[in-house]
Design a protein around this ligand. Structure first.
Ligand code: ZN
Ligand code: FE
Ligand code: ZN
Ligand code: FE
Length: 264
């Protein structure tokens, strides 16, 4: 089993479970490593209702330490954050980078011009949105995030499809420029299995994107995006099949923001 590096904690206010429960689930699943990457604070605060505030960072570090204590020498626990890529956020991300001895940082695009398009609370907005424009803006934003070089892993590449809104035609016209940007940056991407349980009913990213990513030499991790202990390593065998179908034979491990390869 690979590592599962994209997982959450109750500090983001929409996840549940204790560090001990998550670690137990990770050991039971036979993961190589378990990584914690809750939604990072964002500025200006309070930013939204689905992340910790910066004053809670010490609590987050305690949560990580509790997970390490629970894992003992049975399982390496890695520390990360899922950071939102927002316009003008670069300085803040650098500040966050210096706050802890992170093993990796994940970059995510959840916002387009102040709209968290993946939030079910604003689902109605999709009906009045030009899907082609939203997609164009999303992939441009994703490319800019890759080019920033601030992250080790780029999360759920085609999250924009979450509620099933996609332009018609061959979507590779959106993917190709972003694939080039990611390949040039050296960042890894993830297969994120949470999408299987959303209206789109498939992993992020879809196979065409993964296929292009493999051809471009972009490295890979596999993630559950668990917000509950039951979701740790969920559907990993499905994701491993996708990775292998695209040609991948290995995934990445991270420690102190240094990477190594692990056979799939
Ligand atoms: Zn979340
Ligand atoms: Fe996310
Ligand atoms: Zn599938
Ligand atoms: Fe997440």
């Amino acid at each position: 089993m690979p590592a599962d590096y994209h997982t959450h904690t109750p500090l983001c206010m929409h996840a549940e479970g204790s560090p001990e429960e998550y670690v137990h689930a990770a050991i039971t699943a036979g993961l190589t490593e378990y990584g914690i990457s809750d939604h990072a604070p964002a500025l200006p605060e309070p930013f939204d209702d689905w992340r910790m505030r910066s004053e809670q960072l010490p609590e987050y570090f305690e949560w990580i330490e509790r997970a390490r204590a629970a894992a003992g020498d049975h399982l390496p626990i890695r520390a990360g954050m899922e950071c939102d890529w927002l316009s003008g956020c670069e300085k803040w991300i650098v500040t966050l980078t210096e706050k802890y001895n992170w093993d990796y940082l994940i970059g995510s695009v959840h916002y387009l011009s102040g709209w968290d398009f993946d939030n079910p609370a604003w689902l109605k907005k999709w009906a009045e949105t030009d899907v082609e424009d939203a997609w164009a803006q999303y992939w441009q934003t994703y490319s800019t995030m890759a080019e920033s070089g601030l992250f080790d892993i780029l999360a759920h590449p085609d999250l924009i499809k979450k509620f099933g809104y996609r332009p018609s035609g061959d979507l590779r016209r959106f993917y190709e420029p972003t694939i080039d940007a990611i390949a040039a940056s050296g960042c890894a991407i993830e297969i994120n299995t949470a999408g299987l349980h959303k209206p789109c009913e498939e992993v992020y990213p879809e196979f065409d994107f993964l296929d292009l990513a493999f051809s471009a030499g972009i490295p890979l991790v596999i993630s559950s995006d668990a917000h509950h202990p039951n979701e740790v390593a969920r559907d990993f065998s499905h994701a491993i099949r996708h990775a292998q179908d695209a040609g991948y034979t290995e995934t990445l491990l991270f420690q102190n923001r240094q990477r190594s390869f692990e056979q799939l």
